[in-house]
Write a protein that binds this ligand. Structure first.
Ligand SMILES: Nc1ncnc2c1ncn2[C@@H]1O[C@H](COP(=O)(O)OP(=O)(O)OP(=O)(O)O)[C@@H](O)[C@H]1O
Ligand code: SF4
Ligand SMILES: [Mg+2]
Length: 334
């Protein structure tokens, strides 16, 4: 499976917003693949470009300049017209957003909304689409699906609404599911249930999944591969086990160090990465992580000056590249 051709292939993706203060390059030269039946976790702090990336894949940016290449099953999506994109969205690729209320219409029942989605893409008859909506609600574990199909979004709890979103995303049987922080607003038990649900549906249907999150715990649970983003760029990309066992980039190391550990005393302070994310309006000529990087301060000054003058590109071993002048690979001291 790992060697099959990618379903989704992103190459040199750039997304730039024109703002009053100047251009904001929210995604910068990003490349990744997602193979059939695999889950790619995209992680990074707030503002690192995760959502902008997913919206670019779905062709949902209206006010931004998007360049590079996004192919789904070999078909280029960048530059496609709205009508063709609309056909692909839902039918071949679907997205679950962080806040289900913003994507569900308050005045229609959830059953009507899921059925309408099915009707648009399959031109199905009303009764058949309604039946399919009830089945979809049952598949995502909503009790009494026939009765609940007749209820409105506000009558569902947060976790149940997220299940409705998953039912809506999957009712047209897409090949690719992009889940943008699908569990952030939920308590841990419901979060675990939703992640299990996505994993089960993925296995049953051979779905490819892009799981966007700022939570490495979520990534550890569901992802096969991980892309770590910082300031709109990829800083590390690796299979999940390799990333957790031996993070090469100091930013990934910092994210892992900030995960709570079982042997932490109750009153242990959180180990957040000091400093704040970089400005995208005025990017530094060197490494965007330099002001926060513990590694940049170690070693001969003339060597480490590269950190502030020369932007590191993504490189290193095949299958585990990192964008750092002094990456920590196993057996190689940074
Ligand atoms: N429409 C826009 N106009 C200008 N800048 C934007 C726009 N949308 C996003 N940005 C900027 O792009 C950057 C990346 O935003 P994005 O929403 O992708 O972050 P994120 O990684 O998803 O963060 P979070 O974890 O908070 O969801 C941010 O600096 C944001 O301010
Ligand atoms: S290039 Fe320098 S500043 Fe950037 S992550 Fe590597 S060591 Fe740190
Ligand atoms: Mg986001």
């Amino acid at each position: 499976m790992a060697d099959s051709a990618p379903l989704l292939s992103v190459r040199d993706l750039d997304v730039t917003f024109a703002t009053r203060h100047g251009p904001v390059r929210a995604v910068d030269s990003l490349s990744f693949d997602v193979r059939p039946g695999r889950t790619l976790g995209i992680v990074g702090e707030s503002g690192s470009g995760k959502s902008v990336t997913s919206l670019a894949v779905m062709g949902l940016h209206t006010g931004a300049r998007v360049t590079g290449s996004v192919t789904l099953d070999g078909r280029e999506l960048i530059g496609l017209g709205e009508r063709e994109l609309n056909t692909l969205r839902g039918r071949r690729m679907a997205m679950i957003f962080q806040d289900p209320l913003s994507s569900l219409h308050p005045y229609y029942t959830v059953g009507e909304q899921i059925a309408e989605h099915h009707r648009v893409h399959f031109r199905s008859r009303r009764a058949a689409a309604r039946e399919r909506a009830v089945e979809a609600l049952a598949e995502v574990g909503i009790p009494e699906p026939r009765r609940r199909a007749g209820e409105y979004p506000h009558q569902f709890s947060g976790g149940m609404r997220q299940r409705v979103m998953i039912a809506m995303a999957l009712v047209c049987e897409p090949d690719l599911l992009i889940a943008d922080e699908p569990t952030t607003a939920l308590d841990v038990t419901v979060q675990a249930q939703i992640l299990e649900l996505i994993a089960r549906l993925q296995q049953e249907r051979g779905l490819s999944v892009v799981m966007i999150t700022h939570d490495l715990g979520v990534v550890a649970r569901v992802a096969h591969d991980v892309l770590v983003m910082y300031g709109g760029r990829a800083v590390e990309h690796a299979p999940v086990d390799a990333l957790f066992a031996a993070p090469a980039h100091p930013y990934t190391q910092g994210l892992l160090d900030s995960l709570p550990r079982l042997d932490d005393p109750d009153d242990a302070p959180l180990r957040a990465i000091p400093g704040s994310p970089p400005s995208l309006l005025d990017p530094s000529p060197g490494c965007a992580f330099a002001p926060r990087c513990p590694r940049a301060a170690v070693g001969p000054a003339e060597e480490r000056a590269r950190c502030t003058t020369e932007r590191p590109s993504l490189g290193g071993p095949d299958g585990h590249p990192a964008a750092c002048h002094f990456p920590a690979y196993e057996g190689v001291a940074p």
